[in-house]
Design a protein around this ligand. Structure first.
Ligand SMILES: Cc1cc2nc3c(=O)[nH]c(=O)nc-3n(C[C@H](O)[C@H](O)[C@H](O)COP(=O)(O)O)c2cc1C
Length: 129
């Protein structure tokens, strides 16, 4: 069984490229172990993250996220069972300002001025698979 969880949170400080690189490197390693895939958007001081994987893994990650003081005001938007993944290729794809790209970072998608990238719409909560 697979679940998808979507939340938004407020960054506790301004994230520069190295902060984000470190966060993503850590997240991707753990997500591979947990069987989690997904997408993280950082735009205007807000994170929007979509994670998908086995319910036990989602539970573990959700508890870790609550404890993490790099962000606060963590708001659950949706959690639902899904038939298939939307982010099969990415242990955590990432969309943000082009200026935050660090050379060599895979799975990075620059946002346009309205804060969207080709992957952002996939994150929109919906009851479909
Ligand atoms: C915005 C944001 C997104 C994160 N995404 C993930 C993630 O996808 N996977 C992950 O393992 N950790 C992620 N983390 C880090 C976790 O909050 C946590 O620090 C890490 O999983 C270690 O968990 P622990 O403190 O329970 O050992 C994220 C942190 C932030 C602030």
């Amino acid at each position: 069984m697979l679940e998808r969880l979507v939340y938004q949170s407020t960054a506790s400080h301004e994230f520069g490229s190295l902060h984000l690189f470190n966060l993503l490197t850590q997240a991707r390693l753990r997500n591979q172990r947990l069987g989690i895939t997904g997408h993280l958007l950082y735009f205007k001081g807000q994170f929007t993250q979509c994670v998908e994987g086995p319910p036990e893994s989602i539970d573990q990650l959700w508890q870790s996220l609550q404890r993490d003081d790099r962000h606060h005001n963590v708001r659950l938007i949706a959690r639902m069972p899904v038939a298939q993944r939307r982010f099969t290729e990415w242990s955590m794809a990432f969309s943000s300002y082009a200026a935050l790209y660090v050379h060599g970072l895979t799975g990075f998608f620059p946002v346009d001025e309205s804060g969207t990238s080709p992957l952002v719409p996939l994150c929109a909560a919906g009851a479909d698979a």
